[in-house]
Design a protein around this ligand. Structure first.
Ligand code: GTP
Ligand code: PEP
Length: 217
């Protein structure tokens, strides 16, 4: 494997205010929605920090509960600026990541990956290091879970509707690796949560999921 693949990384993880998060789960999660959103984000960040290629995690959030919990895991917290939605928040987080460690590659990873396995993330990051910009499509094949930029590349994420096509059209390389289900398994709906539970989730999500009757098969 060429040397450039073995970059070290800072990952930027965006976490919306918990009061507004996971709205598509508000029916099935009821009063447990915020707790579930925090559990999923916590399991995601914990797994990222266990990847051997990741040397730092920047969490972009204004949430007063999520911020100290994720900082306690080892994440650096930056405020949700410029308060203009997801992509500007990621650009802000990436600028801080590059200021702290300019030699590292930067990736933006969704906080809704409760099944994430560090070894799968490491494989993905090694593949991502082969090109200036890369991305991983979500499990549905429409969105994106990870967007990356090498240290020499522009960081211009295009998360949101049809982000798979938008990242591809923008010139990022789609990483079509086999055996990375945990990196693609984002959770937005109750069916997504069931699929994540089948793959296996981290301990925080595993503790909250039984509170949702409809999460059981
Ligand atoms: N910091 C920050 N993170 C955001 C923002 N919008 C979305 N996110 C994060 O981006 C990822 C994908 O978010 P979405 O799927 O749009 O929102 P969600 O809260 O997960 O779910 P829905 O409310 O059902 O759309 C999650 O990690 C969110 O926390 C934002 O404006 N600021
Ligand atoms: C923002 C995105 O994801 P979600 O499906 O979580 O809204 C995306 O896929 O670009």
């Amino acid at each position: 494997m060429p040397r450039t693949h073995r970059l070290t990384w800072t990952l930027v993880v965006p976490v919306k205010l918990l009061a507004r998060a996971k709205s598509r789960l508000s029916g099935p999660a009821g009063p447990h929605r915020e707790r579930l959103a925090l559990a999923i984000a916590t399991d995601t960040v914990s797994a990222v920090l266990r990847s051997s290629r990741v040397e730092g995690v920047v969490v972009v959030t204004d949430d007063p509960v999520a911020a100290p919990e994720l900082a306690a895991l080892g994440a650096i917290i930056v405020p949700d600026e410029p308060d203009d939605g997801l992509n500007p928040a990621l650009v802000h987080g990436a600028a801080e990541a590059r200021r702290l460690a300019p030699e590292r590659a930067v990736g933006a990873l969704s906080a809704d990956l409760p099944s994430l396995r560090p070894g799968e993330l490491t494989r993905v990051l090694d593949a991502a290091g082969a090109v200036p910009n890369a991305f991983v499509p979500d499990a549905a094949g429409v969105g994106t879970t990870l967007y990356t930029a090498r240290p020499d590349a522009v960081f211009a994420p295009a998360f949101g509707p049809d982000s798979r096509a938008r990242h591809r059209d923008g010139g990022a390389r789609e990483l079509a690796l086999d055996g990375i289900p945990s990196v693609r398994r984002d959770v937005d709906t109750i069916d997504d949560l069931r699929a994540a539970l089948e793959l296996g989730v981290g301990p925080r999500t595993a503790a909250v999921a039984p509170l949702l009757p409809s999460a059981r098969r």
